[in-house]
Design a binder for this molecule. Structure first.
Ligand code: NDP
Length: 342
């Protein structure tokens, strides 16, 4: 069984040389009654938070499953779609398609406590269940609707807007009747946001020298909602441009993952006087919204109101380059690796 692992813990920006493609033997037999399963991975996700789990300090945060440390040499957990090839779990049969946490590997062995479920909605490409109908989609949906509590006509700003979560936040915001501006790291991405995804405005943050005045330009009447995927100076500038009773959904701080010294320092007096609500959230806490999220998102996909944005690379060997690329901004939309034919 081939799998991708890290050679050592990674403390700042990841490099391809930090990763290894290894082979282990995997017996296809399972202990009777073990409730375990072996699955063949088909499409598997890349997520920026995985980098935090590759750092050495993350082992001290074991109380949170999402930040449990990754041990060098071991398989790396990732969200994905897979097919059951052997099962001692009475709820699953050989041949079933499943979605949940597998590994960056050809095959994954799941214990009885594996976070996985049967895939029953089959009218979309399987890869959608890794992104727009999977964890990224739920993150955008829960973060925008549950945390930001948007109202029609409100002015919304989202960072990393061409990423997996950000592009959907923008599309949901537009469908909800909000004014939406996104930022991304290239002209090509900016054009895509405006011309294909319906953003009212978008800008290339790499070309801007003073983010505060950039945001004033796009939001002359202030920001009501900021969906933060990047942290640091973008968060400071967004808070400085927020209206009274604005909301900030703290989804991620990707610019701080690769630069541990970097931290946002919004003006807290401003937060108080403007009564701004800043709330961190984890998509995993909003599983209760999953059915609602799936039915709304599927309907919008069927009617063509939502545009799926995927960036699929081929084969396990492509994983190191593709993962490192998340932190360079190589990806456009949900980054996924196709490991095997359906
Ligand atoms: P993606 O992997 O799809 O996209 C990442 C994008 O971030 C890149 O394409 C790049 O685009 C941008 N980026 C990379 N480095 C920087 C930087 N230094 N400064 C600004 N932008 C940068 O990301 P996701 O949409 O999957 O995730 C977005 C955020 O949401 C992440 O912070 C992630 O950790 C978080 N997240 C949180 C969850 C939760 O439950 N709270 C769940 C899932 C994700 P560009 O060209 O624009 O630079």
């Amino acid at each position: 069984n081939k799998y991708v692992t890290i050679k050592t813990h990674i403390e700042d920006a990841p490099k391809e040389a930090d990763f290894d493609l290894k082979t282990s033997t995997l017996a296809l037999s399972l202990e009777p009654g073990s409730k375990g399963m072996i699955v063949k991975n088909l499409y598997v996700s890349f997520d920026p938070y995985q980098l935090n789990r590759m750092k050495s300090h993350s082992s001290s945060q074991k109380t949170l499953r999402i930040t449990e440390g990754i041990t060098p040499g071991r398989e790396i957990e990732a969200f994905g779609v897979a097919r059951v090839v052997a099962s001692e779990n009475p709820e699953y049969e050989k041949g079933d398609l499943v979605v949940g946490f597998v590994t960056w590997a050809e095959y994954s062995k799941m214990g009885s406590d594996g976070m996985i479920k049967k895939l029953d909605q089959m009218d979309f490409p399987l890869s959608y269940h890794v992104g727009i109908l999977g964890f990224s989609g739920l993150t955008a949906y829960a973060g925008f609707f549950e945390i930001c509590k948007p109202k029609r006509g409100e002015k919304v700003f989202v960072s990393a807007a061409s990423g997996s979560v950000g592009n959907l936040v923008g599309q949901y915001a537009k469908l909800h009747g909000c004014y939406i501006v996104g930022c991304a790291g290239s002209e090509q991405k900016v054009r895509l946001l405006k011309e294909k995804l319906g953003f009212d405005e978008a800008f290339n943050y790499r070309e801007e020298t003073d983010l505060n005045s950039t945001l004033k330009r796009y939001f002359p009447d202030g920001i009501d909602i900021y969906f933060d995927n990047v942290g640091a100076e973008m968060q400071e500038a967004a808070v400085a441009n927020m209206n009274a009773f604005g909301r900030v959904a703290m989804c991620g701080v990707i610019s701080e993952y690769v630069d541990p010294g970097k931290r946002a320092a919004p003006n807290m007096l401003e937060v108080i006087y403007k009564r701004i609500k800043i709330q961190g959230f984890l998509a995993g806490d909003h599983i209760g919204l999953f059915q609602d999220f799936i039915s709304t998102t599927s309907d919008h996909l069927r009617s063509g109101k939502l545009c799926p944005l995927e960036d699929i690379s081929d084969g396990l060997d492509s994983i190191p380059f593709a993962f490192v690329g998340l932190f360079r901004g190589d990806n456009i939309g949900k980054k996924i690796v196709k490991i095997a034919e359906e």
